[in-house]
Design a protein around this ligand. Structure first.
Ligand code: TRP
Length: 433
């Protein structure tokens, strides 16, 4: 019944380049425009701390990446766009997940194992220069995903193992404490192009062969001119096969435009002229975004506001969910101990859902707490079945469901959210027994 949730994070440890744009930013912005999905995009700045220990660089990169996504058309009204470190529930959940994940699983994580293998090969201590942050990286990522019960996580192949670990954490937690988490699926973006860089290898910061996404026009032209080609002279036919220049063009051009350039290659276009065509085509797509990007960089306060608004939307989900999770593991309001003990002893002291029909012919329900106080009041439902379904959903998934059903069910005035969480949790626990 719930809308499918997509979530992805971008580590804030660099300046976006054309490869990031073609491989991740552009497809993600397009996907965010689909209807029937809720998309979560966040700046993974806690993850950046694992790689980068220059504070100014973290700040700059966070600004540049946020501006890039916005300039590329991400609409913060349509999606939940936030900064990881604005959500204190994420490190809190990280700890709960740390306690259900086997250490051996982390020992086998690719990134950690690669570091250990390298050290072992060099004859040094296996954990030399390996921070506990690197070791824990997959748990933080699991918390990112499970915090919002994302169904689908679009990632590159290198991240698939992390999604499997998130599934592992979801299962272990659910097994111990009840069904709280959705097990996420990786969505592998195989159909999006991997862009070659200036030297023909994959465009990547680690190869130092990148073209910054929003390089000024003159610099963009200079960089495109420096893309490697073979030494064929003007007039000699040229092959598109294995041509980095042609591949980069294809990532921006229409099929007809690509065909035309292929023909020009066959007809022996000079490399300089081909590069000019590629440059103009890329600049045509990038120039309007570049203008928007520069305007955003000039107004960092605006970006800060957008991110804080996004964090509010994210926390509207995370805060009540964390309340529920804390309760589920036993981090509880001590005044509730009696209530739980008495339900265990079989006395009827449970909150109840009451369904009823009003003279308007519509169907309604309320949640009444164990001591008779009104906790939740529903709006009108057209059928008893629809009302029953909402109740079943609340009973099965607690506050998470309440967040999704916010348009149908409202907390009674002045009732603290933690009371509602506790009542729903009590029902969930009673059902599990
Ligand atoms: N690890 C991801 C990367 O380096 C970034 C990331 C952090 C992420 N948390 C996430 C991606 C959660 C997807 C979901 O690319």
């Amino acid at each position: 019944m719930s809308i499918e949730r997509f979530l992805t994070g971008i580590t804030t440890s660099g300046t976006p380049h054309l490869g990031n744009y073609v491989g991740s930013i552009r497809p993600a912005v397009r996907a965010s425009l689909r209807s029937g999905v809720t998309s979560f995009y966040f700046l993974a700045d806690y993850h950046a701390l694992i790689k980068v220990d220059e504070p100014a660089l973290i700040q700059r990169s966070t600004l540049e990446i946020a501006a890039s996504w916005l300039a590329a058309g991400l609409d913060p009204q349509r999606v939940v766009f936030y900064r990881q470190s604005d959500i204190p529930e994420i490190p809190e959940l990280t700890w709960l997940l740390t306690c259900v994940l086997g250490k051996g699983v982390l020992n086998r994580a690719h990134a950690y194992k690669a570091a250990v293998d390298k050290n072992t090969g060099a004859g040094t201590d296996p954990d030399a220069d390996v921070s506990a942050g690197l070791f824990m990286y997959p748990v933080l990522m699991g918390a990112d995903i499970l915090m919002f019960n994302a169904h689908k996580v679009p990632v590159g192949r290198d991240q698939v193992q992390h999604i499997e670990m998130a599934r592992d954490m979801a299962h272990s937690f659910n097994h111990r404490y009840g069904e709280h988490f959705v097990a996420p699926d990786a969505v592998i973006e195989d159909n999006v192009a991997t862009l070659p860089g200036l030297d023909g290898r994959k465009m990547s910061k680690s190869y130092n062969n990148t073209i910054p996404l929003f390089a000024p026009r003159a610099q963009l032209q200079k960089l495109i001119t420096s893309i490697v080609t073979d030494s064929r002279a003007p007039g000699q036919p040229k092959s598109t096969e294995g041509s980095a220049l042609f591949q980069i063009y294809q990532a921006f051009a229409s099929a007809a435009e690509s065909d035309a350039l292929r023909q020009a290659f066959a007809d022996g276009i000079a490399w300089g002229d081909a590069k000019q065509i590629v440059f103009e085509r890329i600049d045509q797509e990038i120039a309007p975004m570049r203008a928007c990007y520069l305007a955003l960089l000039d107004d960092p306060a605006k970006i800060e506001t957008i991110l804080r608004t996004g964090a509010q939307k994210a926390r509207a989900i995370a805060t009540p969910f964390m309340t529920q999770l804390r309760h589920s593991v036993g981090l509880r309001n001590l005044a509730l101990a009696d209530l739980l003990a008495s339900t265990k002893a079989g006395r009827v002291l449970l909150p109840v859902f009451k369904q009823y029909r009003e003279p308007d012919g519509q169907f309604y329900f309320k949640l009444i707490g164990a001591s008779g106080q009104l906790l939740l009041q529903s709006k009108a439902f057209a059928s008893p079945k629809a009302a029953g379904q909402a109740i079943a959903d609340l009973q099965a998934r607690g506050l998470t469901a309440l967040t999704e059903l916010a348009h149908l069910v409202k907390p009674a005035d002045a009732v603290p959210e933690s009371d509602i969480a506790a009542a729903l949790q009590t029902l969930m626990a009673a059902k599990a027994r």
